[in-house]
Design a protein around this ligand. Structure first.
Ligand code: PGA
Length: 239
């Protein structure tokens, strides 16, 4: 498979597969996963454990991203963590704007942009998530939603985008490869960077999704929790 899928440029440095562990795996389960996990060569692999497990994951041969990051260096923001704190731990980056943050925790396009900008300014990598709900797709608003979500995101060589149709997350209903390709092509025409696909990526659909020319990798939830399954998805990126 061509890994110059996204058409060249500073971001075009190979395929990236990230595992978003959500609120799964405390420190001991994180250590056990990484003991068992053998990432294939040639793929940039990222794991995104909960905050309390980040320190255990650092220095174990894979990149480590947090699942969120605040825009201030410090302050009266109960429950939040800053980019500087993540850097002190040795963390490489952070997800911002995951749909579960948008749905359940009041995240808006503006707060996502602030988080992304602060993380990039501090030196972290960023995976910024965008994607339409099922209702938005059914009513023909996918393009408008993606344009709105992308319009606030900074251009930066350390920012990659994850296209995660909300209706495909954790549902077992994945976008068809053609749907993913169309959305990714739209996204790269607006915001030229690497675009990961996310939403029910599994070992048995990862090859055809990542074979699409505009798909530059995957953001994997449930199937990243098991070392064998996550390894199979990482290996699928090389087919
Ligand atoms: P899923 O989650 O692979 O379990 O659908 C993807 C995500 O939320 O990033």
């Amino acid at each position: 498979m061509s890994r110059s899928a996204t058409g060249g440029g500073a971001y075009d440095v190979g395929v990236l597969v990230a595992g978003n562990w959500k609120m799964y795996k405390g420190p001991s389960e994180t250590a056990a996963f990484l003991d068992a996990f053998d990432p294939p060569l040639g793929v940039d692999v990222v794991v995104c454990p909960p905050y309390v497990s980040l320190a255990v994951a650092v220095g174990r041969g894979v990149s480590v991203y947090a699942q969120n990051v605040h825009w201030s260096t410090e302050g009266a923001f109960t429950g939040e963590v800053s980019a500087e704190m993540l850097l002190e731990l040795g963390v490489d980056g952070a997800i911002v704007g995951h749909s579960e943050r948008r749905q359940h925790f009041g995240e808006t396009d503006e707060t996502v942009a602030r988080r992304a900008e602060a993380a990039l300014a501090a030196g972290l990598g960023v995976i910024a998530c965008v994607g339409e709900t099922g209702e938005e797709r059914e009513t023909g608003r996918t393009e408008a939603v993606l344009r709105r979500q992308l319009s606030v995101l900074p251009r930066h060589e350390r920012l990659v985008i994850a296209y995660e149709p909300v209706w495909a997350i954790g549902t077992g209903r994945t976008a068809t490869p053609e749907m993913a390709q169309d959305a990714h092509a739209l996204i790269t025409s607006i915001h030229p960077t690497r675009v990961l696909y996310g939403g029910s990526v599994k070992p048995d659909n990862a090859v055809e999704l990542m074979a699409q020319p505009a798909v530059g990798g995957a953001l994997v939830g449930g199937a990243s929790l098991d070392p064998e399954s996550f390894r199979a998805i990482c290996a699928a990126a090389l087919v």
